[in-house]
Design a binder for this molecule. Structure first.
Ligand code: ADP
Ligand code: ZN
Ligand code: MG
Length: 490
């Protein structure tokens, strides 16, 4: 029997506020352990939470950007559980009346072909169940595994930092779709400036729920939740492993047990963390220390009107305005900065195709080598555009342009200066090229013989020699034309 995977993700994103969700402690947690705390985030008796307006604004932006309906009245709720890094004994979250619901995202998603290449990228719509706000727990650090640690430390600097949890519908049907979906969410949050998107550092965390069902069935199978996925790669690998494991179990007539599993990257497998019986009962109830969160409809409209151009819209605009394919548009809109750079270069050069190739090729390579972000590029978008125009006008060849670009990224000098200083202008002047060509022909009697006896392939040899003599600066079109004339004795 063939099985279809069904995946739904729960993504936690840390909001980029300066202070915590319910107190004025700083959200910097590289500060000395436990130095960014106060009675509120330590859960001391009698301390009262006060909502952070900035956090609400950011959460609302995220909800709107994900197409959610935003409630004008949402309710905070206590989610009770015990853990050493949760001093209150509960998280303040939202339960039955969350901030946002019933959203969706349109994601350009593809299929992974053999060899890992992504093919057939096209737009797919995935539902968002809800987006709610909550405060983060602290961080436990164990010497060794949590169960057997000889020492454990608790750092409460993160306690109370604002999060949004984005719960997705079980609409994803491959690990690649899950990957593309999280990349899209991350990109959207970054465009909005509400999260830094750093998965390794935990500002973006993802739990994956996965089940399989016979192809064609429309009932859901028993799901397994996978935690501990702190990179896009881990997410994809864990899902692939789990889909295969479940398929094996069902194919052998077994049954999937509802449980939470952890991904072990070093072993490349998931293992049981806790079963359904051990699952938490959070005993949610409305938070008595906070009033309902009321949002003014006019304020909401204003926030919506002020949203920046979102990744999906920008991608589609790039595809039509600059005639780019989905893969290129995806790369060129990876960040707001990349998109702005590309767009400036495409417009100023009048050659969007060439601009795309340079930005994704030589520029990306140079930036990677020097460990720089595109915002710190030594070659400005305007300077790159000028280089492209210089090629298009025939002043330098595409090959020489590579050398010019390298020099530009080394020195930050514009193209014109480099070309002048290094004497790299393309030689199109027939008289001087004719002299070089005569020399080359005179020095290659054997090849000339071959050519005249009908082996016209040696033309390439002559072109190569002329290029060598002129250090690549000869105009290839003119060289070809002149060579043909001379070789055929015309
Ligand atoms: P729980 O009550 O266990 O938290 P939810 O219904 O809240 O489960 O769903 C949590 C996440 O799991 C959502 O992202 C949802 O899309 C996903 N999910 C729910 N059921 C399934 C299933 N059978 N297979 C895969 N994913 C699922
Ligand atoms: Zn505090
Ligand atoms: Mg849930």
């Amino acid at each position: 029997m063939k099985f279809e995977p069904v995946i739904g993700l729960e993504v936690h994103a840390q909001l980029l506020t300066r202070s915590k969700l319910f107190c004025s402690c700083s959200t910097r947690f590289d500060a000395p352990p436990n130095s960014q705390t106060c009675p509120v985030c330590l859960g001391l008796p009698g301390a009262l939470p006060v909502i952070n307006r900035q956090a609400v604004t950011m959460a609302v932006k995220a909800a709107l950007a994900l197409g959610c309906r935003v409630r004008t009245v949402s309710i905070f709720a206590r989610k009770n559980y015990f853990y050493p890094d949760l001093p209150k004994g509960y998280q303040i979250s939202q339960f039955d009346r969350p901030l946002g619901e019933r959203g969706s995202v349109a994601v350009f998603s593809g299929e992974r072909a053999d060899g890992g290449k992504i093919v057939n990228r096209r737009e797919k719509v995935f539902g968002i169940t809800r987006l709610h706000m909550e405060d983060d727990a602290g961080k436990s650090i164990h010497e060794g595994l949590p169960e057997t640690a000889s020492k454990s430390y608790v750092n409460l600097n993160r306690t109370g930092v604002p999060l949004v949890e984005i719960v997705g519908e079980p609409d994803l049907h491959s690990s690649q779709e899950a990957y593309d979906y999280v990349v899209h969410l991350r990109k959207t949050l970054l465009y909005l400036g509400v999260c830094d998107g750093n998965m390794e550092e935990g500002s973006l965390r993802c739990d994956a729920n996965v089940s399989i069902r016979p192809e064609g069935s429309d009932t859901l199978g028993t799901k397994v939740e996978i935690k501990n996925l702190n990179s896009f790669r881990f997410l994809q690998r864990a899902l692939d492993y789990e889909i295969e494991r479940q398929t094996r179990v069902l194919s052998q007539g077994g049954r999937i047990v509802q449980e939470t599993r952890l991904w072990d990257e070093s072993e490349g497998r998931t293992f049981t963390m806790r079963s359904k019986e051990e699952a938490h009962d959070y005993r949610y109830f409305p938070e008595p220390d906070l009033p309902p969160l009321r949002l003014d409809p006019e304020w909401l409209e204003r926030i919506e009107a002020e949203l920046p151009e979102l990744p999906g819209a920008k991608m589609k605009r790039f595809m039509t305005e600059y005639a780019l394919g989905a893969d290129d548009a995806l790369l060129l809109t990876a960040t707001v900065e990349t998109a702005a750079y590309y767009e400036e270069c495409a417009r100023a050069s009048g050659n969007p195709r060439a601009a795309a190739n340079w930005v994704m090729g030589d520029l990306a390579f140079a930036l990677k080598n020097s460990g720089r972000e595109i915002g710190e590029s030594p070659v400005s978008a305007g300077d790159l555009a000028e280089l492209i125009r210089t090629i298009d006008s025939g002043e330098i060849s595409g090959r020489i342009a590579k050398t010019v670009f390298e020099e530009m990224s080394r020195t930050g000098e514009p193209a014109a200066g480099v070309i002048r200083r290094m004497g790299l202008r393309q030689v199109s002047d027939e008289a001087s090229l004719a002299a070089v060509i005569d020399g080359v022909i005179a020095a290659s009697p054997k090849q000339l013989e071959e050519y005249r006896s009908g082996k016209t392939r040696v033309l390439g040899y002559f072109v190569g020699q002329v290029m060598k003599e002129t250090r690549g600066q000869a105009n290839p079109g003119v060289v070809n034309e002149l060579l043909l004339k001379k070789l055929t004795g015309a």
